[in-house]
Design a protein around this ligand. Sequence first.
Ligand SMILES: [Zn+2]
Length: 112
Amino acid sequence: MTDPIDDSDAEEPTLFRDIVAFMAAKKVSTKCPACGSASWDLIGTEDAENSLWPVIPTRGLTVDGNTTRMASRVIIAECNNCGFLRFHSYRTFEKWKAQKNKEGASKEIADE
Ligand SMILES: [Zn+2]
């Protein structure tokens, strides 16, 4: 995430690129709150054969008192200078992406 707006790298995975676009659209600060660096990496991998993104494991409680395992998908950005970690909800990213796709589809229909 060193250069969040640069789309010139065609080899960059789609999900990674979308997350960077999401953060730019939401005006997420590129400045690390711990050290002030503006160099970040996302924790996760994505390529043609493999995609691995983090989850936070937790437990849920049903209405009848049973617990169940749950996992929340998260976007984790790591400061390349000091290792500070910050978390963003993957759900919020998905909502943004769905809205963006909906707007894109509406625009395509309007352009016809
Ligand atoms: Zn830092």
